[in-house]
Design a protein around this ligand. Structure first.
Ligand code: SF4
Ligand code: SF4
Length: 159
């Protein structure tokens, strides 16, 4: 297990996160472990641990959090946040960390590839003739290959 020195701790980072109105309260975490106990990702990958993310945050381990892979394993299911007895906005915090990492170009290849697909196609998966035949078999209408409206909206957001 990696050890940390005082130089790794970034108090500005703690203040930066705390000053975000919607996620401010995370110091109330008393390490009960409810978040980790109910996390579906932790169930299949013991290296992933939302409580550990909260402790790293409280210690101000900015580099470790934003440059590491851990935050990207969260599936965004909100189970932890809904169950936290201290109302820590765990999932919102992890999403915020993902946004910060993205601004610093620390996005994993899989995520940046999906982002590019969304920008190019408006969706991650292209709906082809084969998919539409399967849809027709169960009475669903055909879908266009690209999602032009979504593409337009994403481009507008980028400007
Ligand atoms: S459930 Fe909430 S209080 Fe409990 S360890 Fe997780 S973040 Fe901390
Ligand atoms: S939101 Fe993320 S951390 Fe929370 S329970 Fe779901 S996968 Fe785990």
């Amino acid at each position: 297990m990696r050890t940390f020195s005082l130089r790794d701790l970034d108090s500005d980072f703690i203040q930066e996160i705390e000053s975000s109105d919607f996620i401010g309260r995370f110091r109330g975490c008393y390490t009960c472990g409810t978040c980790t106990g109910g996390c579906p990702v932790h169930r299949v990958n013991k290296d992933y641990d939302p409580l550990r993310i909260m402790r790293m945050l409280i210690l101000g381990l900015r580099e470790e959090l934003l440059k590491g892979e851990m935050i990207w394993l969260c599936s965004d299911c909100y189970t932890c946040q809904e169950n936290c007895p201290m109302d820590v906005k765990i999932t919102d915090i992890i999403n915020h960390l993902k946004n910060l990492a993205t601004h610093e170009d620390n996005t994993p290849l899989g995520v940046s590839t999906q982002e590019k697909l969304l920008m190019d196609q408006g969706k991650i998966y292209i709906i082809d003739e084969f998919d539409n035949k399967k849809r027709a078999k169960v009475g669903l209408p055909s879908l266009p290959e690209m999602a032009e409206e979504a593409k337009k909206l994403l481009k507008q957001r980028q400007q």
